[in-house]
Design a binder for this molecule. Structure first.
Ligand code: NDP
Length: 322
């Protein structure tokens, strides 16, 4: 049941990844007294990664979860209120805009910054849903430990799949990497690292047909694209790393999106089609999708929100009599 007493805030930020926390730092420093809801996965996708080697300022690299903890603390120290909770419904007919958190708490906000990120894409094959958490995983760092010394599979040919395969190759006996084309999308450096590992076996031109097992994963069945033949690889786990889909379902009907559901922003800014609603990070970026670009667009969203509020307030202030 939605509570009767809505809470009024100036700046509401949805999402606790690099975009959300950076927006929080900038909005707090601008005096917007931001309230940030972390969503279902505080810290975002970086909580699922190990070494981040490409975020500027960390010459030795940094662990993803450590960086997110530091960002959270920094946002909090600047005065951003950070709360657990997930937006479940929105009404952007304002401004002000209304957002319902966890189905019950209504926030009325002058500006909303959406930084809800993206979630792992599913394969949608038999066995994936049934064996999720019992050998099917979307995060090697979270679940790899349970399969140490075993033979496992990684699906995908992007940087994420390479990262997962490399991580698993250090703790598992063998890693079957299942790539659907005759080449990988991953950066050359990641591909080279994967190819150098003697216990990573790359299978080219294979599609996952099914994940097999009764109570836990026992094998993955692949279809060879050119011959059409099926092959079963005995594995204890299947790690799926085939990209992401933006978390924008609740904004459908309000915000302009592309065909994949990424929020469209205007003129190289973070402005959406609704005044007072801004989008930052992976929720609006299907090209770069880096921690550093997400953080940068969080900064842009806070600056855009601040300027928008200044313009609204200036328009409401009566001209002094001459
Ligand atoms: P990508 O979109 O880059 O790659 C997805 C991969 O999954 C592709 O190889 C794609 O194949 C494959 N794929 C998609 N659907 C299926 C399917 N149904 N069955 C089998 N394979 C499938 O996603 P990532 O998550 O890897 O990377 C996202 C972004 O994050 C990229 O920009 C990447 O560079 C970055 N990143 C950087 C890292 C780093 O620098 N350390 C680490 C991780 C990510 P196909 O190529 O045929 O479409």
């Amino acid at each position: 049941m939605v509570d009767t007493q809505p809470e009024t805030v100036r700046c509401l930020i949805l999402g606790g990844g690099p975009a959300g926390y950076t927006a929080g730092i900038y909005a707090a420093r601008a005096g917007l007294q931001p309230v940030l809801y972390t969503g279902p996965q505080p810290g975002g996708q970086l909580m699922l990664t190990t070494d981040v080697e490409n975020f500027p300022g960390y010459p030795e690299g940094v662990q993803g979860p450590t960086m997110m903890e530091d960002l959270r603390k920094q946002a909090e120290r600047m005065g951003c209120q950070i709360r657990m909770g997930t937006a479940t419904q929105v009404d952007f007919s304002g401004p002000p805009h209304r957002v319902i958190i966890d189905g019950r708490h209504t926030i009325v906000a002058d500006v909303v910054i959406i930084a809800t990120g993206a979630s792992p894409r599913k394969l949608n094959v038999p066995g994936e849903e049934e064996l999720n958490g019992r050998g099917v995983s979307y995060c090697a760092v979270c679940d790899g430990f349970f399969f140490r010394g075993e033979t496992v599979a990684v699906v995908g040919g992007g940087d994420s799949a390479c990262e997962e395969a490399l991580y698993l190759s250090n703790i598992c006996k063998e890693v079957h990497m299942l790539v659907r084309r005759d080449q990988m999308r991953a950066s050359k450096i990641m591909q080279d690292r994967v190819k150098k590992k003697s216990n990573i076996i790359i299978h080219w031109n294979v599609l996952v047909d099914a994940i097999l097992g009764k109570d836990e994963v026992e094998a993955v069945r692949v279809r060879h694209r050119h011959s059409g033949t099926l092959e079963e690889l005995p594995v204890k786990a299947v790690f799926i790393a085939i990209g992401h889909i933006p978390n924008t379902e609740i904004f459908r009907g309000w915000l302009d999106m592309d065909e994949q559901g990424y929020i469209l922003t205007k003129d190289c800014s973070t402005r959406t089609n609704i005044p007072g609603v801004f989008a930052a990070g992976d929720v609006q970026d299907k090209i770069y999708r880096q921690a550093v670009t997400a953080a940068a667009s969080g900064c842009m969203a806070a600056l855009d929100a601040e300027r928008y509020l200044q313009a609204v307030e200036a328009a409401q202030t009566p001209e002094p009599a001459s």
